[in-house]
Design a protein around this ligand. Structure first.
Ligand SMILES: C[S@@+](CC[C@H](N)C(=O)[O-])C[C@H]1O[C@@H](n2cnc3c(N)ncnc32)[C@H](O)[C@@H]1O
Length: 267
């Protein structure tokens, strides 16, 4: 139980950290899609509920408190994640329902939602699955409803100077976990069934000053996910020292592209 709690804290705090990187793009998407005025929303791949909680607090709770109809659903195929998302959302009322299930086959009727959204989700699905999930999203969206992908990585065009150590470790850990590092670059094709499509960059470059602020958290996460992952600990320490030196010298800079996309089902 203690181990489960610890894992929850780790993943949940990581997902909260990741949310900070896409804040501006999320605000833009929320406004363009009109999250504040929609009645029925669904997150696919909700993980521990980091994004779900933000959407509930900003858009669902104020409407419910003012007596308006509003519902938020979420789904994740991992029952452990769903249990944790339910803990995150324990203060929410009946307006929030979190299901265990695969987004490939949503337990909802046709035209049920005004908005379906996801974040750091498509990268965990193979290409032919991604396409099937989009068909499923299209089915459950009402005419005029929106699909919003809030951030997916496109690490093939990533930059990490001067050494590239951090990028190498991130790529290695994601590849080992089976992630698609080009998921962001594939969003344009995936949005083909939708109209009014917008695609853009959800992340910003980091200079040495952002790295100085976030290095300890980022490196602690890398060390945790690389533990037992085939990188010699003394090599890892050497990389850490050279990254810290580059931050001190002001030569450290990086750009890990995250792509957002949104589109509308026609009426
Ligand atoms: C990185 S987490 C997402 C975190 C969450 N979107 C956030 O930003 O707070 C990705 C989640 O997607 C789930 N997932 C991946 N593919 C899925 C699928 N086909 N159906 C349902 N859940 C899926 C995983 O189980 C995992 O919990």
């Amino acid at each position: 139980m203690i181990i489960l709690d610890e894992t929850f804290r780790n993943w949940h705090s990581r997902f909260l950290q990741q949310m900070a990187w896409t804040e501006q793009a999320r605000d833009y998407t929320y406004r363009r899609v009109g999250f504040a005025t929609k009645e029925h929303l669904l997150e696919i791949g909700c993980g521990t509920g980091a994004l779900l909680h933000e959407v509930w607090k900003r858009f669902i709770l104020p409407r419910v408190n003012s007596g308006k109809r509003c519902k938020l659903d979420a789904i994740d195929k991992d029952s452990g994640m769903v249990q944790k998302a339910r803990e995150t959302m324990k203060k929410a009322g009946n307006e929030v329902k979190i299901h265990v299930g695969n987004a490939l086959s949503l337990p909802h009727g046709n035209s049920s939602f005004d908005v379906v959204f996801c974040q750091y989700f498509m990268l965990w699905n193979q290409d032919h699955i991604k396409k099937k999930i989009v068909d499923e999203v299209y089915r459950v969206l009402a005419p005029g409803g929106w699909f919003a992908c809030l951030g997916e990585p496109d690490y093939i065009s990533a930059v990490d100077k001067p050494h590239g150590h951090t990028l190498m470790l991130i790529k290695r850990s994601l590849e080992r976990a089976g992630a698609d590092l080009e998921a962001g670059a594939k969003l344009e094709d995936l949005m083909a069934p939708f109209t009014r499509v917008r695609i853009g960059s959800a992340s910003k470059p980091w200079t040495a000053s952002e790295w100085a602020e976030h290095f300890d958290d980022e490196w602690a996460f890398l060390e945790r996910i690389m533990a037992g992952g085939g990188v010699d600990p003394s090599k890892m320490q050497a990389m850490k020292r050279s990254e810290q030196q580059a931050i001190k010298d002001g030569t450290k800079e990086s750009y890990f592209p995250l792509v957002y996309a949104m589109g509308r089902k026609s009426f």
